[in-house]
Design a protein around this ligand. Structure first.
Ligand SMILES: C[S@@+](CC[C@H](N)C(=O)[O-])C[C@H]1O[C@@H](n2cnc3c(N)ncnc32)[C@H](O)[C@@H]1O
Ligand SMILES: [Zn+2]
Length: 271
């Protein structure tokens, strides 16, 4: 672990410093680093972080799918935005970082200090295994982000619950929040293969509260999924996976290849 900036103590809010394989605050609240280099900063009932957030199987399916490069245009777009919107050695925060695919791409674009967190321990474990330079991944809940007020230069947030107040608290006055939502045509062919009356996404930007929506950018591409395994992995990453009947799921089993659009809307918020 080679972080240059640490989250703060989730119990008392004081600064954490590294002491061997432990992060500790002045009041001696301490949090052990796992062997992969991440740290669990969840407190109270949710201490383990095992059973909440996305499951192990979902984390691995997401990891395998993203590594195939189907969403590389989005990773590149995120990296370009970070590069142009930040100064020297910015503090970048990946909110609900998942298994770290986008964080790793963004960090490779320009020297930065990177923090990423997710509620799912398995996601965070996979992210830490990427060994992103100057990065620390931790388990935390977005409703109580263990970071000082106004510390983040660039926050990224993809396909995850939105919490305007929590995001605004940690963002600097000059900071940027780049949030990604699925565009109108995202995976429409996949939906068409499963449902009789598929819907287009509404592209409604979350209400930023004190954060102002400054810009919308679209990133779109047609991808060709080459195997049933990839199609199933992609479907399992969507919110539809939870609410599809057995009958409709069986349609996915039969698809060998699929051409579909990926369509993303990047929402840039500032203070
Ligand atoms: C659809 S995934 C997106 C992950 C990643 N941003 C990506 O695009 O690959 C949503 C993520 O949000 C996380 N999540 C859900 N609720 C959360 C919360 N309250 N605090 C932190 N993470 C949360 C889940 O564990 C999951 O990893
Ligand atoms: Zn403390």
């Amino acid at each position: 672990m080679q972080a240059q900036f640490f989250p703060c103590c989730p119990v008392c809010g004081a600064a954490l410093t590294q002491n061997g394989r432990t992060l500790q605050c002045a009041r001696r609240h301490s949090f052990d680093l796992a062997k992969e280099g991440y740290v669990n900063l969840l407190i109270g009932n949710h201490k383990s972080g095992d059973s909440i957030g996305d499951s192990r199987a979902m984390a691995r399916a997401r990891h395998q799918f993203l590594e195939r490069g189907y969403f590389d245009v989005l990773r590149l777009a995120m990296a370009q935005q970070m590069q142009t919107l930040t100064g020297e050695n910015p503090l970048v925060l990946d909110i609900c970082c998942g298994e770290g695919y986008y964080a790793a791409g963004v960090a490779a674009a320009k020297p930065c200090r990177l923090l990423g967190f997710d509620l799912s321990k398995e996601m965070v474990r996979l992210a830490a295994k990427r060994k992103v330079p100057n990065a620390l991944f931790f388990v935390a809940n977005l409703s109580a982000i263990p970071l000082p007020e106004q510390s983040v230069d660039f926050a990224m947030h993809l396909f995850a619950p939105f919490h305007a107040q929590a995001f605004a608290r940690v963002l600097k006055e000059s900071g940027t929040l780049l949030s990604v939502i699925p565009g109108r045509d995202h995976l429409f062919s996949l939906k068409k293969a499963v449902y009789d009356t598929p819907y287009r996404n509404d592209e409604q930007a979350p209400d930023g509260g004190v954060l102002r929506l400054l810009e919308r950018t679209r990133v779109k591409k047609t991808i060709f999924l080459e195997s049933n395994e990839d199609i199933r992995a992609l479907f399992s990453m969507t919110p539809y996976a939870y609410r599809t009947s057995r009958e409709d799921l069986a349609k996915i089993e039969k698809l060998e290849t699929l051409e579909t659009d990926v369509d993303f809307v990047l929402l840039r918020y500032g203070k």
